[in-house]
Design a protein around this ligand. Structure first.
Ligand code: ARG
Length: 262
């Protein structure tokens, strides 16, 4: 059963890898919705960004500094930095906003595609976003208690509306609840680690294309959309990287990237 699960999760990630390396002729249909969410505007989620590969949305991210984005390692590992850009300030994937090229990125050295453990990366942008009503940074949650079991957390993104979903251009959000480690271990034996937070709600979840995007508690970044078996499957919660645990890695690696500017 464990092996089967690992395989399923891997297949899921590989689907994403295919989606995030679109051939130049076929634009990917990856601007769908969060599952069970509602349309919103970027002014409500001004820290949300869209990661682009050759101009096409493939993952979410969060603005940490005017030129630093927090996202998932599985979004960028192996990506050619010259093809990556970040769009902030638009509710839509197909229009508006400000687009900046990615100059460099760092993902966690312990990240593994096999387990999705340590699924965190920071991107350094070429240039800086000017903050406005629709572009703002978000601070990280400082304590793991921010996301203890039973907390309502808000997730957002342009990912799939259904597991095999259709695209929507409009930013979506949904509120789900964190569950205990024990419950998550039950769902994902051997896969759950301390670097993860699990959350679910009936018929609500993140899905493909939301990865790298924010999970927010009380206005702070508590999680990063990471993985799940299917989307909104009642047996399988969504899994998020635990930002409070990965916080010092993010801070140190942000400083390292910023040194490259001097
Ligand atoms: N790995 C997916 C992505 O790259 C995110 C999956 C989240 N899945 C979930 N059921 N919460 O977009």
């Amino acid at each position: 059963m464990d092996k089967l699960l690992t395989l399923l999760v891997l297949l899921n990630i590989q689907t994403l890898a295919t989606l995030s390396h679109p051939s130049d002729e076929t634009p990917p249909q990856l601007d769908g919705r969060i599952i069970g969410g509602e349309s919103t505007t970027i002014q409500q989620f001004p820290y949300q960004v869209s990661l682009r590969h050759n101009g096409f949305h493939f993952c979410g991210g969060s603005i940490y500094k005017s030129n630093i984005i927090i996202t998932a390692a599985h979004c960028v590992k192996g990506e050619d930095v010259t093809r990556l850009t970040v769009v902030a300030g638009s509710s839509y994937t197909n229009q508006g906003g400000i687009e900046l090229p990615v100059q460099n990125y760092t993902f966690h050295s312990k990240f593994s595609l096999l387990t999705c453990d340590y699924d965190v990366a920071v991107l350094l942008l070429q240039g800086e976003f000017s903050f406005s009503e629709s572009i703002q940074p978000i601070e990280m949650a400082s304590s793991v208690s921010a996301s203890r079991a039973g907390t309502s957390v808000t997730i957002s993104g342009w990912g799939y509306l259904q597991e095999h979903g259709y695209p929507s251009d409009v930013l979506q959000y949904v509120v789900v609840n964190t569950i205990s480690e024990a419950e998550c271990v039950d769902a994902y034996p051997r896969l759950f680690t301390d670097r993860m937070i699990c959350a679910r709600a009936k018929n609500k979840d993140a899905c493909n294309g939301d990865s790298g995007g924010p999970m927010v508690v009380a206005g702070r970044l508590a999680g990063i959309v990471s993985w799940g078996n299917g989307c909104a499957d009642p047996k399988y919660p969504g899994v998020y990287s635990n930002v409070a645990i990965l916080r010092s890695w993010i801070e140190e690696n942000t400083l390292e990237l910023l040194k490259q500017l001097k």
